[in-house]
Design a protein around this ligand. Structure first.
Ligand SMILES: [Fe+2]
Ligand SMILES: [Fe+2]
Length: 160
């Protein structure tokens, strides 16, 4: 069964944070969420495992960066990561007992959670990382940005 979230969810360049490694991981994460939303009952468990594997590694990297760079708002950001993983583990346990609906709900909630988390918390982290590394703000080039906006920033250095 597909939800409306499954029909709507796909990568959006407004989710770019301007830090290459984070953006690459977020694009992969979004692809795995889309696959989870579209999963059949038979593929639900494997799709959930892939989301959890990616999320665990990605969250661990972000958490380590926040600690290493003494990111000011790290606790609330880490708490969100931990809450997602806690929910995912609970959903996986129920899926192993044959309960499909919690996994469907989790997929929809994850799709709703992902954009604001990336646009607010991860974007703030990207800004902090770039400030520590280059004393500069990250630049984001949207594929559909207005040509004048692209021309104004074309000479800026890449921060990837
Ligand atoms: Fe992230
Ligand atoms: Fe994050």
């Amino acid at each position: 069964m597909k939800t409306s979230a499954a029909d709507d969810f796909c990568w959006n360049d407004t989710w770019l944070v301007g830090h290459g490694p984070l953006d690459d991981e977020h694009q992969a994460f979004a692809g795995l969420i889309a696959a989870l939303l579209a999963a059949t009952d038979d593929s639900l468990a494997s799709c959930l495992d892939e989301v959890m594997d990616h999320a665990s590694a990605h969250f661990a990297e972000e958490d380590a960066s926040m600690r290493r760079l003494n990111f000011p708002a790290q606790q609330c950001h880490m708490d969100e990561h931990a809450a997602v993983l806690r929910s995912a583990h609970g959903v996986r346990q129920r899926l192993r007992r044959g309960e499909v609906q919690p996994a469907r709900r989790f997929a929809s909630e994850l799709a709703a959670w992902f954009p604001p988390h990336v646009q607010h918390l991860d974007s703030a982290l990207a800004t902090w990382i770039c400030k520590q590394a280059w004393n500069a703000k990250p630049l984001v080039f949207h594929s559909r940005a207005h040509p004048r906006a692209l021309a104004a920033t074309a000479a800026a250095p890449s921060l990837v």
